[in-house]
Ligand binder design. Sequence first.
Ligand code: TRP
Length: 346
Amino acid sequence: MENKMTKKTILTGLRANNDLHIGNYFGALLPLIDMAKAHAGEYQINLFIPDLHSFTTPIDHSQLQEQIMNNTRLFVAAGLPLDNPDVHIYRQSYIPAHSELTVILNSFTGIGEMLRMTQFKDKSSKLGADRVSVGLFDYPVLMACDILLYGAEYIPVGDDQSQHIEFTRDIAERMNSRFGDLFVMPHEVKKQHEFFGKDQGLRIKDLQDPTKKMSKSDESGKGIIFLSDDPKAAAKKIMGAATDSIGKINLNYETQPGISNLLQILALFTSEPLDNVVARYEGKTSYGDLKMAVAEATEAFLTEFQTNYSHVDMATVEAKLRGSESTMNQIANQTLQNVQKAIGIR
Ligand code: TRP
């Protein structure tokens, strides 16, 4: 099938998550927004909140609605251009075709292939059997529908999602070979990486334990800078970051992970190439000066970001969501109808 839209589609789901930290911001959110800005015009960009995926493992439902809206707000505060007609932002559950196609494709999916999904194995092993939901098991089918309904070819996701992209290709091919050309094939994972560049490996480390990645699971919060942190308190976290006893600044993630992390954070906050920052500090012996610079940059960045966040006009965001959701319903329903006809229920 020819893609209905004249432009090829780049699509990705952005999981609702209350406490985004600077690792999420620089590692995932900002690259996506830069990508959207760089490619809109040439591509159609679909960014959506997978709200139906968000409770495949147990969550606090009293927070969900607020999380979804806060997240959309964050994307806008981070620079997602709402006035660009090629950029669509929508909530998965507002397009019922996702659920309907999932029910259909479930019957063309093997239990065995779902049981082999690494993410399912990881997540389900952490939950007791009674808490592993059918929804978690079915996660990859819903994700495949998210992609196939829009004929999306490029799917920028983290490495942990590669297997789900492979499955999307498998089910698309299976349906196409049985029923004719129903679905556009997303590109293979290798091509996805080439398209987005290999530089996805940015890893901001925990300030207290710089050998591990900055991650929400740190209970104390001392090693993490959240986008919602009070800027002065965040500056203090930087001043308290763990370093080493070498006494000389060098970029070396093996021997000086803490110092290297601080250099990296400084480069990101000041939008300077890392090389320049390193050149300025290399060989210096005062860790305190470096920390002061990073702390200042952190405070300035958070202050500006939080100002942007508070200025986001939610009425404009809601209007954008409604507009995109209406357009997306048309595209998705067309694909759904083709499938319904092909399998004989229409
Ligand atoms: N599973 C993705 C993640 O965990 C989110 C997601 C859901 C997604 N549906 C998608 C990503 C479709 C890309 C395409 O990050």
